[in-house]
Design a protein around this ligand. Structure first.
Ligand code: NAD
Ligand code: MG
Length: 385
C-alpha cells in the first residue's frame, strides 16, 4: 500500500487530533496533506509544523495573517475562510477526506470532496442527517466509498464485511446512555453545562458530548445509519449498553447476530476507515474477557429523553425534517453551552422548531440550505443569543 494522503477537515478537534495520532504512528501508511481548523490557529500551526501538509486552511479569516506568518519559512500553502475550506476539498493533493468538522458546516466540503471523487472517512454524521439522500446518490454517481468513522456505524460496517447481499433483519445501535442515564426530568431541569460535558466513556468535542447526554446523538445516528446502510426506520433499534464495549450489532434474517466489540477508543474506527480494507496493527489497550465485567443492556427511557422520539419521527417523516431537527439542535446546544438555556429546553426548542418550519417531502439541496437557515433563525428567536 503506498502512502495514503489524508485531508483532515477539522484537524484540531477530538477526531482530528486522534487521526493525527494514528498518522504519526503509521508514517509508512499515511500522511496528512490538508489540515483545516475553524478558530484554533495555535494548534493548527503546531500541527502544520509537525506534519508538513501541502495546505492548511483556517476558517476564521481574521487569523489568516497569524497562520501565514508562522508558516512563512515552510512550503505549506495557507488559505482562509469558509470558501477556502470547500476549495481545499476540491484539490488534487489528497487521496481521502477525513470529514471531522462538527455540524452542518461539514456538509459542503464533503459534497465537494465527493464531486472530486475522493473517498470519505465520515465522522461528520450531520452531513448525512441533513442531506443523506443527496450525499449517498452523489457518492454512487461518482463511485466514491463512504466509510463510517462513528463507532456504531464502523461496527455495523465491519460486521457487513463478507456478508455480500445477505439480508439484514435489523441493526442494533448501542448507546452508553450518557452521564444522565437513569435520571428523571426533576433532576435534569437543574443540570448545568459542566456536568453535561462529563461523558462516562468517551472524551469528545463539546457538541457531540451534549448530544450524547440528551440522546440526540443516538437519534442523529439512527438517521445516519438509514443512509449508510439503506435501512427502513423499523430496522433500526437502539439499546442502552452503559459499558460501550459492544459498539453495535446486526441481526441477519436467520436471527444470527454479529457484534463488533472492543474498548471504547475512537482511534480504532478512525484507523479502520483510513486503512480500509486492511486492518493495521496497533498497541491500543485490549479488552480482556477474564476480568469480571458485566455487559448490561436496557431500553432507552424515551419518556425522559424525548429527543430520541423527535429524531425517530424525523427519520420516519424524511424530507427536510432531519435537516430542521439538526439545525434546531445545533442552535439549542450552542445556547446550552453558553448557559443561555436549561438542559430540558434543548428538546423544547427542537420540538417547537420542527412544528414551525414547513415540511418539504423531496427537498433539493438548495431547499435544504433554506430550511436549515429558517430553522436556525426560528430556534435562535426562541432564545436571545
Ligand atoms: P470538535 O468540536 O472536537 O472538533 C470540530 C472540528 O471542526 C475542529 O477542528 C474545528 O476547528 C472544526 N470546525 C468547527 N466549526 C467549524 C466550522 N463552522 N467550519 C469549519 N470547521 C469547523 O468535534 P469532534 O468531537 O471531533 O466531532 C467532529 C465530528 O465527528 C462531529 O460531527 C461528531 O458528531 C463526529 N463524531 C465525533 C466523535 C468523537 O469521539 N469526538 C465520535 C463519533 C462521531
Ligand atoms: Mg457514535
Amino acid at each position: 500500500m503506498s502512502v495514503k494522503r489524508i485531508g483532515i477537515f477539522g484537524s484540531t478537534g477530538s477526531i482530528g487530533t486522534q487521526a493525527l495520532e494514528v498518522i504519526a504512528a503509521n508514517k509508512n501508511l499515511f500522511c496528512a496533506s490538508i489540515l483545516t481548523a475553524q478558530n484554533n490557529h495555535e494548534l493548527l500551526i503546531k500541527q502544520a509544523v509537525e506534519f508538513k501538509p501541502d495546505v492548511v486552511v483556517i476558517g476564521d479569516e481574521k487569523k489568516y495573517a497569524l497562520v501565514k506568518e508562522a508558516l512563512a519559512n515552510t512550503n505549506v500553502k495557507v488559505m482562509a475562510g469558509e470558501h477556502a475550506i470547500e476549495e481545499a476539498a476540491g484539490m488534487d493533493c489528497y487521496d481521502m477526506m477525513l470529514a471531522a468538522i462538527v455540524g452542518y458546516a461539514g456538509l459542503k466540503p464533503t459534497l465537494k470532496a465527493i464531486d472530486a471523487a475522493k473517498p470519505i472517512a465520515l465522522a461528520n454524521k450531520e452531513t448525512l442527517v441533513v442531506a443523506g439522500e443527496i450525499v449517498m446518490q452523489k457518492a454512487v454517481e461518482k463511485n466514491v466509498g463512504i466509510i463510517p468513522v462513528d463507532s456504531e456505524h464502523s461496527a455495523i460496517f465491519q460486521c457487513l464485511v463478507g456478508e455480500g447481499k445477505n439480508k439484514i433483519e435489523k441493526i442494533i445501535l448501542t448507546a452508553s446512555g450518557g452521564p444522565f442515564r437513569g435520571k428523571k426530568p426533576n433532576f435534569l431541569v437543574n443540570v448545568k453545562r459542566d456536568h453535561a460535558l462529563q461523558h462516562p466513556n468517551w472524551s469528545m468535542g463539546a457538541k457531540i458530548t451534549i448530544d450524547s447526554a440528551t440522546l440526540m446523538n443516538k437519534g442523529l445516528e439512527m438517521i445516519e445509519a438509514k443512509w449508510l446502510f439503506n435501512l427502513k426506520p423499523e430496522q433500526i433499534q437502539v439499546v442502552i449498553h452503559p459499558q460501550s464495549i459492544i459498539h453495535s450489532m446486526i441481526m441477519f434474517e436467520d436471527g444470527s447476530i454479529k457484534a463488533q466489540m472492543g474498548l471504547p477508543d475512537m482511534k480504532l474506527p478512525i484507523q479502520y476507515a483510513m486503512a480500509f480494507p486492511y486492518r493495521i496493527e496497533n498497541n491500543f489497550p485490549r479488552y480482556d474477557f477474564r476480568k469480571p465485567d458485566t455487559l448490561n443492556f436496557e431500553e432507552p427511557d424515551v419518556k425522559t429523553f424525548r429527543n430520541l422520539i423527535l429524531a425517530t419521527n424525523a427519520l420516519v417523516q424524511g424530507g427536510n425534517m432531519p435537516c430542521i431537527l439538526n439545525a434546531a439542535n445545533e442552535i439549542a446546544v450552542f445556547a446550552f453551552l453558553r448557559n443561555r438555556i436549561g438542559f430540558l429546553d434543548i428538546t423544547e426548542m427542537v420540538e417547537r422548531t420542527i412544528n414551525k418550519i414547513p415540511f418539504i417531502a423531496n427537498p433539493t439541496l438548495e431547499e435544504l440550505f433554506v430550511s436549515d437557515g429558517e430553522a436556525r433563525n426560528f430556534a435562535a428567536s426562541l432564545v436571545e443569543l
